[in-house]
Design a protein around this ligand. Structure first.
Ligand code: GLU
Length: 375
């Protein structure tokens, strides 16, 4: 069972209806939520917020109608995002928490190099004890390049940073077998072990329209599917409670969707299976043995490189006998990698003017299935 109180990294999606009231940002709700988040941080948990509300706040600021054109929506997002951040800062500050604005587009969570950059920034913020407040960069994201809804964006962010819990704060307290507003027999589902086609059908039918804003139940389940595959549990619960995170911990009504695997295993599977390697790093015996023991691959242990690759691309790590040992995400582009081959870590900066650490970090390595040497 996934326990929110013990999750190391928690991504919380906050919808427009919660933060944007009739008068502007809902400072009461934000203050109560921030106290709840601060409680988790004090326990050593890392909390990241994915907050909607830019468009809603901006519309009000600019006096735009609800049905507006795309450029108007983008203008509203620009005007509203600053109001949204001000509201978050004012809410988090009394708890000694700094907020940091992170605006992402779909490319940032899908194109590897940008993904690695975004991940590194967010990890640094979390390490510094800051609460990243993420939203889609609506001002530049046209329809074709949008993630589209913040439920999905939150799931992608959870995947990107290897979160173990994703909380979707909604206007319903979880998933039901039918629409509870019209069907008195509707049963609440507290735990979903696996997202089966039957469960998906339930959300697609009766519950599809539940929830205001962009995301109904169907988009919540789509987000949960992304999270589950990334090893992250999803909690769907009522966001209007003053302390929605505490409410989950105390067993108030919510739906928990269990992950399919651990975040680390999901990340390694992604490296091992999804990415096509574009280059090869041929390593000496010492480095091969170190990589097999789960260590990072240092430039010193690399004999030569083959192929063309950019920073962040997947590469094969091969020993001199031609045996593939692992796949990993390389931290240098091919030209720079070629110039630091064989060098000790301290000599890298002098050779190429910067250092990104090991050629491939242990976290970004997936070992090939072990093969016994023949003969
Ligand atoms: N990014 C949008 C906003 O901040 C909201 C998208 C969503 O809620 O799904 O207004």
């Amino acid at each position: 069972m996934t326990d929110l109180a013990r999750a190391r990294r928690v991504v919380v999606k906050v919808g427009s209806a919660l933060v944007a009231g009739d008068e502007g940002a809902d400072s009461h709700w934000l203050a109560a939520f921030s106290a709840d988040a601060a409680r988790m941080r004090a326990r050593g948990q890392q909390v990241l917020v994915v907050s909607s509300g830019a468009v809603a706040l901006g519309r009000r600021r600019l006096g735009l109608a609800r049905r507006s054109s795309l450029p108007e929506k983008q203008a509203a997002a620009a005007a509203g995002q600053s109001a949204l951040m001000r509201a978050w800062e004012e809410a988090l500050e009394p708890h000694g928490l700094a907020a940091a604005q992170v605006l992402l587009t779909r490319d940032d969570t899908e194109v590897r190099r940008r993904w690695l950059n975004a991940r590194a920034t967010v990890e640094t913020l979390l390490g510094l004890g800051v609460v990243p407040v993420v939203n889609e960069n609506d001002t530049v994201a046209t329809e074709e390049i949008r993630v589209g809804d913040n439920d999905r964006l939150a799931a992608r962010v959870a995947q990107m940073i290897g979160a173990d819990a994703l909380v979707l704060l909604s206007d319903v307290d979880g998933l039901y077998t039918a629409d509870p507003r019209s069907n008195p027999d509707a049963r609440h589902l507290p735990v979903i072990e696996r997202l089966t086609p039957e469960i998906e059908a339930m959300a697609g039918g009766a519950n599809a329209a539940a929830g205001v804003g962009t995301g109904g139940m169907a988009t919540k389940l789509a987000a949960a599917r992304i999270a589950a595959a990334a090893g992250c549990a999803t909690f769907i619960t009522l966001g209007t409670r003053p302390s929605p995170l505490l409410a989950i911990e105390e067993g108030e009504r919510a739906t928990r969707i269990e992950p399919a695997i651990s975040p680390a295993a999901a990340y390694k599977a992604w490296i091992a299976g999804t990415l096509a390697p574009t280059g090869v790093l041929v390593v000496d015996q010492g480095a091969a043995a170190a990589v097999r023991r789960g260590k990072s691959l240092l430039a010193a242990g690399v004999r030569r490189i083959e192929g063309r690759f950019d920073k962040g691309d997947a590469v094969l790590i091969r020993d001199e006998a031609g045996l593939d040992i692992a796949r990993g995400l390389v931290r240098y582009e091919a030209e720079d990698a070629a110039r630091i081959v064989g060098l000790k870590s301290e000599a890298i900066e002098a050779a190429i003017g910067y250092t990104s650490g090991p050629l491939v970090h242990a976290d970004d390595l997936a070992l090939a299935p072990h093969r016994e040497p023949v003969g």
